[in-house]
Design a binder for this molecule. Structure first.
Ligand code: HEC
Length: 134
């Protein structure tokens, strides 16, 4: 009920707070839970452009199945040439580097983002992303 109300109010933080997130949370240790929840909060602005585990393409590609995938290699039709030719294969390290500064890692990318400054934030967001996009 609370979630439904928050959802109707357009509260974006709770967008990923559904059965999938609950299922993943149930398998995590206390320390991992802190990381996951922090990452989930930080993912809130990303959800505006990305579906993390459904297959819907929004302004940006669905991130479902991201880890192990080559950059720019999904059914999303709107990749930049820069992304497709970046040679990146997504893992914890490459994602962390990209999120810190998308434009320097993929010069010419159409993903407009200032980058995330704090290492701990990046670590949490990478942890969340790895878990939910599996
Ligand atoms: C304003 C919309 C927007 C926001 C917000 C956004 N992205 Fe993106 N993202 C895009 C677009 C568009 C692309 C494709 C870029 C390209 O082809 O150059 C992309 C590409 C990506 C890719 C590469 C995907 C692939 O299939 O190779 C990853 C990973 C990614 N974004 C993660 C994130 C994360 C995590 C966040 C939140 C911190 C985020 N994005 C926020 C629009 C956005």
């Amino acid at each position: 009920m609370l979630v439904a109300l928050a959802f109707m109010a357009g509260f974006p933080v709770l967008e990923g707070c559904d059965s999938r997130a609950r299922e993943i949370r149930s398998e995590l240790s206390d320390g991992e839970l802190l990381l996951f929840d922090r990452g989930q909060k930080l993912s809130s602005p990303c959800w505006a452009c990305h579906d993390f585990y459904g297959t819907q393409n929004k302004v940006g590609p669905s991130l479902s199945g991201l880890f192990g995938r080559r950059a720019g290699d999904s059914a999303f039709p709107g990749y930049s040439q820069a992304m497709r030719e970046s040679g990146i294969s997504w893992d914890r390290q490459t994602l962390a580097r990209f999120l810190a500064n998308p434009q320097s890692v993929v010069p010419g990318t159409t993903m407009v983002s200032p980058g995330i400054a704090a290492r701990a934030d990046i670590e949490a967001l990478v942890f969340y992303t790895e878990r939910v996009t599996r």
